[in-house]
Design a protein around this ligand. Structure first.
Ligand code: MRU
Length: 344
């Protein structure tokens, strides 16, 4: 099941807001459709947001009528900035858009640039599948048959090109006939854990148990959780990690129970330009996400604070699992070494 797919005249996305009740694909025909889909979380998860924005920029560029390269670049910059305004936290969005911009910096004609953009967006998607598989292999080396592993949000196949990041070891374990038990936190307010992770893992035949977010401590203790693994939206140069709201709480609990806490993410989520977690912009979303559940109002009309992400300080992270291997300890020194020989 592909989260996003390019088709010359449009893009299709799996509508993640309709899951788990309906498996529905939406056609995005122009840049506004793409922006709206990202903002409305119809496509979500850092790598999937990046891929969709990349396809969106390639789609927009395809419709430019000019043959003048300077005008082409001006239009492209305008549309890059528009797509970049959709969500602020996941750095994969900016990484993917800027990778497309760089790919055409030396284009010699508008036609060549249009073809290059499509090619580059497809490359991002193809590479992401391989990257996620490698993340899964590295993650799996940390786990043993029968382990009980907790996760939050959905860092799965539908949030990436395939396999996912934090969910990749569960998918790979299944391929290798190894048993990992997943404990999925429901992930209020938008319920990515209940609606998406529980669905994705059960579809894949992985043993998954759903809990509400406030059951995490009791579950860690009563079910003897072996490890926690989460995805990431942005990892700062010192290892501080922004991920779905609730992640910080799990990291603190894991620390209290002496349970390893892992972050699984591609290099495209590591932002060496952002020094620490304090510099990561945290998206705040509409109050209705908190006051309503599935469209039903559950709260009086009061003030609401709805940060979509939180930042886990690097000291609470046992290891960061990337496609290039696992780093731990002195992240500030070690994270840059992962980029040696990598196109940025
Ligand atoms: O608001 P969302 O659903 O886009 O948040 C997603 C997450 O926090 C994921 O854990 C993260 O993007 C990693 S997806 C592989």
């Amino acid at each position: 099941m592909k989260s996003v797919q390019w088709h010359d005249t449009h893009i299709t996305i799996l509508n993640q807001q309709a899951l788990p009740h309906k498996t529905e694909y939406l056609e995005l025909k122009n840049i506004k459709d793409v922006w709206d889909a990202i903002v409305a979380l119809k496509v979500r998860g850092a790598p999937a947001i990046g891929m969709t924005a990349a396809f969106g920029l390639a789609l927009a560029a395809k419709s430019y009528e000019t043959n003048d390269l300077a005008q082409f670049h001006a239009n492209l910059k305008r549309d890059r900035d528009y797509l970049a305004s959709s969500r602020p936290t996941a750095v994969n969005l900016f990484w993917a858009l800027d990778r497309l911009m760089k790919s055409v910096a030396n284009a010699t004609s508008v036609n060549e640039a249009k073809t290059t953009l499509i090619h580059e967006a497809i490359c991002i998607q193809v590479e992401d599948e391989d990257v996620c598989r490698r993340i899964g292999e590295h993650a799996l080396s940390l786990f043993q048959d029968g382990d009980r592993i907790m996760t939050i949000c959905n860092a799965g196949a539908i949030a990436t090109a395939r396999y996912g990041t934090a969910l990749a070891p569960f998918h790979l374990a299944k391929e290798k006939e190894m048993t990992l038990h997943a404990y999925a936190c429901e992930t209020r307010p938008v319920l990515q854990g209940a609606r998406l992770t529980a669905w994705e893992l059960s579809q894949a035949g992985v043993d998954v148990t759903l809990i509400t977010d406030n059951m995490a401590a009791q579950t860690m203790k009563a079910k003897r959780i072996s490890a926690v693994i989460v995805g990431a939206d942005r990892i700062a140069a010192n290892g501080d990690t922004a991920n779905k709201i609730g992640t910080l709480g799990l990291a603190i609990l894991a620390n209290a129970f002496n349970i390893p806490f892992y972050v699984a993410a591609p290099l495209s989520t590591i932002d060496l330009q952002t020094e620490t977690g304090d510099d990561i912009p945290i998206e705040e979303r509409a109050k209705e996400e908190v006051t309503h559940i599935a469209g039903v109002n559950i709260a009086p009309n009061v003030n609401v604070y709805n940060p979509a992400f939180d930042v886990t300080p690097h000291e609470l992270i046992t290891g960061i699992i990337t496609e290039k291997g696992i780093v731990s300890g002195d992240y500030k020194t070690k994270l840059p070494t992962l980029f040696e020989g990598v196109f940025t």
